[in-house]
Design a protein around this ligand. Structure first.
Ligand SMILES: Nc1ncnc2c1ncn2[C@@H]1O[C@H](COP(=O)(O)OP(=O)(O)OP(=O)(O)O)[C@@H](O)[C@H]1O
Ligand SMILES: [Mg+2]
Length: 330
C-alpha cells in the first residue's frame, strides 16, 4: 500500500462578493499516490492549486476552503487515517508535526516574530510531549540543529535576526524534530538566491536520504525539481495533467503544458530567446470546459474543448491527461 493515496479529490473555495457566491475550483478531481522514501515534486504556475493541495493533504483546511469529494488516505505507523474525516483534536495531538510537518510558503509564518527561536521549539515540543527537564530539552534541540548544520546560537536569536536562508533552515529543523513520515515544503527556496537555495535543498535531500521518509516539495521552479525530485506531478488549473519519474519528465515530457514548462527553462549559451505561452491561466471560478489547457494549447482540436481528458498510463511510471498524446510508449 502506498504511504499516501489521494483519490478524486475536489476542494473548492466558496466566496461571497456583493451577494454573489462563487466557487473557486482550486483542486478539481486530483488523484495521486506518494510512496515512503521518495521526494515528490508538485509543479505548475501561480494559482494552479499547489498550496491548496497541500492544505488538504496536511489537514489545514478552513473556510472558505472545503472538501467536496474524494479521499486522502495515509498509512501511518499507527494505522491508516483518512485526512478528510479526521477530527481537529486528533490532528493537533497526534498528526501535525509528529506524522506530517509542513514548511509553509514564507517561513516567517511558523516562527513567532517576538519570541526567540528556542521558544518556538519549546512551544511545539511541549504541546506534544511536555518538557520535564529543561536542561535535557535544550541539549536535545542544540544537538538537533547542529546535526542539520546550523550553529546552535541561532536558538537564542529572534526570527528577524536570521538571514532568509537561515530562517528556512530553522523552519526545516522545526519540521523534523519528531521525524515525521511526511515533510511538506511549499516553495521553500523561492525567496532565496541560488547559492543559498542550493544549501537549503541539499539539507532537505540529506534529511530525506537519512530518514527515508516522504518529502512533498512544491515549487513552480522546474530547475529545483530537476535537481531534487524523484517524481514530479505537473498541475494546471486545479488538475494534475502529467506525472512521471523526474528524469522522464525532463527527457520526454508528454503533455503540451509540461513541454512548455520545460522548454522555458534557461539553457546556458542559448541566445535564441524563449517563446512564451499565449494567454493566462483560467479563472478557477469559471474554468473552461473540456481540457482546461485548451485555450492556450497549440495542439488543441475540437474534442479538447468539450471532453475532459482522462489520465493515461504511458509506461515507465509516466501518465498524462491529454487528447493529443503521440502514441503510448511500451
Ligand atoms: N482564501 C481563498 N479564497 C478564495 N480563493 C482562494 C483562496 N486561496 C486561494 N484561492 C484561489 O485558489 C486558486 C489556487 O490557489 P493556490 O494558492 O492553491 O495556488 P498556488 O499554485 O499555490 O499559487 P502560487 O504559486 O502563487 O503559490 C487560485 O485561483 C486562488 O486565487
Ligand atoms: Mg502557493
Amino acid at each position: 500500500m502506498p504511504f499516501l493515496s489521494v483519490k478524486n479529490l475536489k476542494a473548492y473555495y466558496r466566496t461571497e462578493m456583493y451577494g454573489v457566491s462563487r466557487m473557486v475550483r482550486a483542486i478539481d478531481d486530483v488523484s495521486l499516490t506518494l510512496e515512503s522514501n521518495e521526494i515528490y515534486g508538485v509543479a505548475g504556475e501561480s494559482s494552479c492549486g499547489k498550496t491548496t493541495l497541500i492544505k488538504v493533504l496536511s489537514g489545514t483546511i478552513k473556510p472558505p476552503l472545503k472538501i467536496y469529494e474524494g479521499s486522502v488516505n495515509y498509512q501511518f505507523k499507527r494505522g491508516s487515517v483518512d485526512m478528510t474525516k479526521v477530527s481537529g483534536e486528533e490532528l493537533r495531538k497526534n498528526i501535525r508535526w509528529k506524522e506530517i510537518s509542513y514548511v509553509m510558503q514564507g517561513s516567517m509564518s511558523v516562527l513567532n516574530p517576538v519570541r526567540r527561536v528556542v521558544k518556538t521549539f519549546e512551544d511545539i515540543i511541549s504541546t506534544h510531549e511536555g518538557i520535564k527537564n529543561r536542561k535535557e530539552f535544550l541539549e536535545r534541540i542544540r544537538e538537533h540543529v547542529k546535526k542539520l548544520g546550523l550553529p546552535p546560537d541561532v536558538l537564542g536569536l529572534y526570527p528577524h535576526e536570521l538571514s532568509g536562508g537561515m530562517r528556512q533552515r530553522v523552519a526545516i529543523a522545526l519540521a523534523t524534530v519528531f521525524h515525521p513520515g511526511l515533510i511538506i515544503a511549499d516553495e521553500p527556496t523561492t525567496a532565496l538566491d541560488v547559492v543559498v537555495q542550493r544549501g537549503v535543498l541539499q539539507l532537505l535531500k540529506e534529511i530525506q536520504g537519512e530518514s527515508k521518509n516522504t518529502v512533498l516539495l512544491v515549487t513552480h521552479d522546474m530547475a529545483v525539481h530537476a535537481n531534487v525530485a524523484d517524481r514530479v506531478g505537473i498541475m494546471y488549473a486545479g488538475r494534475l495533467v502529467e506525472e512521471a519519474p523526474s528524469q522522464l519528465v525532463f527527457k520526454s515530457p508528454q503533455h503540451p503544458y509540461t513541454k512548455h514548462l520545460i522548454s522555458s527553462l534557461p539553457v546556458i549559451g542559448d541566445k535564441s530567446g524563449k517563446s512564451g505561452l499565449e494567454g493566462t491561466p483560467p479563472n478557477l471560478a469559471n474554468p473552461p470546459q473540456g481540457c482546461r489547457f485548451h485555450p492556450r494549447c497549440p495542439l488543441a482540436k475540437e474534442s479538447c474543448k468539450t471532453e475532459v481528458p482522462v489520465m493515461r498510463d504511458l509506461g515507465g511510471g509516466q501518465r498524462a491527461a491529454c487528447h493529443r498524446l503521440e502514441g503510448v510508449r511500451q
